[in-house]
Design a protein around this ligand. Structure first.
Ligand code: GLV
Length: 307
């Protein structure tokens, strides 16, 4: 019984070793070291190439190395087997840190303070207290709901929007048809949505026009949520004040891309919540054991919905 691992990052060997230790009953192999494709029952992968999954005729499930499954679903030849994502407290806490850090950065106008420093200007920028600042989270899955709760504990006026209805203590939530209402007061908008046909390109000029003037955007979901030209235009006109972007249509972000040098954009290289081989490996092994034993898996996705 083989578990095939598709991962092209530097840490692939570390991942393989952890998974092999946690799942001694399986033969864990990297994608370029598969002896017998018929023996591959399980795949653990990040962005496998189109058609690769279809080379395993006895595949029983695919596990995404991460919370998103769009990089698995994009393969049209993918066999119709369950897709399990990977979440867990490590991933959630890392995302919590990133979102709180960047919301606070926008809230306290840190970019303007840094810019004043470069001119040796002593500028006391006055910012309102957190309870007078509305922060909106798009996407209220595990990561979004956790970030919303933490921002509310800090004292922000937190709202949330998702396709489905959600209830989160301390957070005013909106669903599907209430997007405009949600956007109205959002001074800092955080995108943590799954990438689906209905969320692709959602961060566009029509949406920006519904936000308060000079609102800030934080995108830690997927690059395809954002229409890049619309953001550049909105930053030029002042409709959007600043943006923090962790994800891009093309990664790594090409050296000539205008986002790199834009004074109102902070670029981070898809590090908002990087999955850790030890903690992530444990989540994957536990989910796989539950799958094999026919137990309920919280991280089981609905490929029809895309999350
Ligand atoms: C990272 O982008 C993830 O899907 O967890």
């Amino acid at each position: 019984m083989t578990l095939a691992l598709y991962l092209t990052t530097k840490r692939k060997q570390l991942w393989l070793e952890h998974l092999q230790t946690l799942l001694p009953e399986l033969r864990c192999r990297l994608w370029d070291d598969i002896e017998d494709p018929d023996d591959v029952l399980y795949v653990v992968a990040w962005a496998p190439p189109d058609g690769w999954l279809a080379t395993f005729p006895n595949l029983k499930c695919v596990i995404s190395i991460g919370a998103g499954i769009d990089h698995i679903l994009q393969d049209r030849q993918r066999p119709n087997v369950p897709v399990i994502r990977t979440t867990g407290s490590d991933l959630t806490l890392r995302m919590r840190e990133y979102i709180c850090l960047h919301v606070l950065r926008h809230h306290r106008r840190l970019a303007d303070t840094q810019s004043a420093q470069t001119k040796q200007q002593w500028e006391n920028l006055v910012t309102p207290p957190a309870h007078q600042r509305q922060v909106g989270i798009m996407g209220l899955g595990k990561l979004g709901a956790d970030a919303a709760r933490c921002l509310s504990v800090i004292g922000f006026n937190v709202t949330g929007w998702a396709i489905k209805e959600h209830r989160i203590t301390g957070v005013t939530t909106y669903s599907k048809n209430q997007l405009d209402e949600f956007l109205q007061g959002c001074e800092i908008l955080v995108c943590l949505l799954p990438l689906t046909a209905s969320t692709r390109n959602l961060l566009n000029k029509e949406l920006f026009a519904k936000l308060p003037a000079a609102a800030c955007i934080i995108n830690a979901a997927r690059g395809e949520h954002l229409v890049e030209e619309d953001l550049l235009e909105a930053l030029d006109t002042g409709r959007i004040g600043h943006a923090t972007l962790d994800v891009f249509r093309e990664e790594p972000l090409p050296a000539t891309h205008p986002f790199w040098t834009h004074p109102k954009i902070l670029v981070t290289p898809h590090i908002a919540s990087m999955i850790d081989p030890e903690a992530g490996g444990r989540e994957i092994a536990n989910n796989l054991k539950a799958f094999i034993n026919g137990e309920t898996i919280e991280d089981l996705t609905d490929p029809g919905l895309g999350y």
